[in-house]
Design a protein around this ligand. Sequence first.
Ligand code: LLP
Length: 382
Amino acid sequence: MFSVDKLNSIVTPYYYYDTQLLRKTLEVIKQECEKHENFHVHYAVKANANPKILRIISQYGFGADCVSGGEIKAAIETGFPADKVVYAGVGKSDWEINLGLEKGIACFNVESIAELEVIEELAVAANKTANVAFRINPNIGAHTHANITTGLAENKFGIAMQDMENVIERATTMNNINVVGLHFHIGSQILDMGDFKALCNRINELQVQLDKHHIYVQSINVGGGLGVNYDSPDHQPIPDFKEYFHTYAKHLRLREGQQLHFELGRSVVAQCGSLISRVLYVKQGSHKQFAILDAGMTDLIRPALYQALHKIQNLTSNEPTEVYDVVGPICESSDVFAKAIDLNKCHRGDLIAIRSAGAYGEIMASAYNCRQLPKGYITEDL
Ligand code: LLP
């Protein structure tokens, strides 16, 4: 997968994206999704908003799932049609709502009554109609890290289930609001299809409740969340989209003509990206041996923030492995990529790949310690 000569020619640290793998992944998604009538995929821009990556994804005809005005702009500028943009988030500012109205986005995923009232007010002022879906908090726990589960009653996201009919009925009295659907998202990095099945069951119950009130919605959006194999990216570079879509096809009882929308982020881009860095120093501590890299938590925060484990490879050396704590240069004890892992013996200057970093990597980088943001290169740049 890596051409070390080419990777060597760039100043580290940086993100490298294998666009051949990205395109293959997108083809599989398209193919598996199209097997089901009325299934629609939106790419969750928050996972990776590198313009080169967005441009490639938009060519496959997917919509975009955005969470800010900045993401709406980034999506439209890179070729996603405005009428396939959905916009979620608990705290939408007035300018962001106005931008969505002006661009004519497909749908605002509304997270509170207070927000609905502001959207109505701004839509009246702009003489536009806002399509809205209500994000319902389904109170379903996902088997994933606590920081990335979103669908529990204790989380800040969505409208409580018991308020669903009230909100919909309220919205139907508003002249500039058009209710199109319901929206859900239970969390991220989910590998247990049972979690998605639980969501389907919950939506089925809610739809029965809506039937009783003679309410029909045209679309159901189940969010994203499909996980990837961080342990063996080479073994499973493309997640099992077939099983994922099949789970929804099997367990969700859609009404006649109802559309089903997905917001896939991580599963689209995680495996095609690696953070490439170099060993600055090998240091023998009193208890451990450290490989100190020129990349740190500012470039990839997932290990520090979620104790995420990314596979790490020495691309330069094939000497017998030794045990290292792999750390960065940032002045924080949490600036650790992995503890006590086996790596081919490291030397100053060796090129190191931190794998499966295409999602929530480059986009979450910060300038802490006055560091430069990492650049992103795609295969074609090399
Ligand atoms: N839709 C909504 C409403 C979301 O909140 C998210 C992710 C997605 C879709 C996309 O989910 P995905 O398919 O990527 O799982 N920074 C964390 C992940 C945060 C996910 C936030 N929401 C990480 O690095 O693990």
